[in-house]
Design a protein around this ligand. Sequence first.
Ligand SMILES: *Cc1c(COP(=O)(O)O)cnc(C)c1O
Length: 478
Amino acid sequence: MVSDELIGRLGELEAQARQLDPRPDQRRRDGQQALAHAEAFLEALDDAPAYVHRDGRAAGLLEQPIAEQGIGLERALGLLDAHVDHEGITTASGRFGGYIPGGGLFHSALGDFLAAITNRYSGVFFASPGAVRLENQLVRWMAELVGLPEGSAGALSSGGSIANLSAIVAARDAHGIEGERIEKAVIYLTEHTHHCVDKALHLAGLGRIVQRRIAVDGNHRLRAEALCEQIERDRAEGLEPWMVLASAGTTNTGSVDPLEAIASIAGEQGLWFHVDAAYGGFFLLTEAGRQRMRGIERADSVVMDPHKTLFLPYGCGVVLVRDGERLRASHSGQADYLQDTMIAMDEASPADLSPELTRHFRGLRLWLPLQVLGLAPFRAALEEKLLLARYFRQRMIEGGRFEVGPEPDLSVVTFRLPEGDAANQALMNALLDDGRVFLSSTRLDGRYTLRLAAVCHRTHRRDVDEMVDVLHRLAAGS
Ligand SMILES: *Cc1c(COP(=O)(O)O)cnc(C)c1O
């Protein structure tokens, strides 16, 4: 017999739990408030600094602990406005040109909202045929953009780091790099390879592998002859050349390694050819980018980051593997509690191609802007970034104050004051104090160097002009 007490308690709990599912009028109020918050942020963006430093560093947020009683949406949004939205780097700003900028497409944000509302289960085809078809359609589109053949496979990930990890694990298993062979296997990269590759090797159990940093040329691109020579030397020593990792392009300088030459060497030597195109990959949508990245279609695996050069908000990378079975072999798994999901198999399930099972339906944040806006404005924005980088470099040369790095392969330009490291460090500090524009620094050939990366979809000529002006004003010490 079900007791009255149980019924009573269930009634009480239900009344409280129903707060988790607001009614239509409250949904409308809260939705409008959130939208108004977003609108205020976007409207202020044109005038907002690209970098803000405050002494408290958002510590005020901690004065509102997570508690039994909620504070309501208005106060919660107030906390975001006061402590989160405006401090540190504003990567949504068109005047943000540091690291690899992120943009944050409006239609992606709408996609995220809808993905969260409908909460389609995108890990398994049976669970949401539509969500999985949508994601796989995107993966096929990107594989075609790269030029990979049928039979390739891929998966959307949280970003380039995880995508690189997946590619490295697939390559490890494909070549049977395990046990004793780990210490003999060799990976070829350059000093400019992204550091997430080190992390990925470690996570993949390959921390003790032999790493060869191949020399680069004056444009910071891997020297193919040096690669050949090193492979010969390694074979003579009894090592096992395993993978060559090319960048398209590098985070430091945007340089694209000579993919065609590397593909040929990898082919002749039986190496896995991986291209980390997390930053540069989507420049394939432009004619200049296609020329620059010729040979990428010969890769065994490729990583790209829609949250970089497709301007998506953070949280979207992709791994593509030429022989899709390799990706599946390293990432699929089975469990009794998933037995009903085997009914429908006409599309591969992302859960079998990535480390994740339950996952964000992240395809929607990519699909929605591409469908709503079409490819044309993306192509235009990417070509604009390539040209803006050249424009910036020209203006910096004309300014006569800075030493400027080589003509960019893609959209990163390096420069420095001729006076030496201390002067450049001081300029970087002055940029941070000023905050109007944000650029970042690195070390190149042992010297402190500043760089502009033009990647944000909101960066246009006016923003680049302002960067040039701020740099000259600060360099003049006024
Ligand atoms: C950004 C970047 C990565 C890392 O990707 P995340 O999305 O930051 O995890 C890897 N390689 C290159 C070349 C990058 O620019």
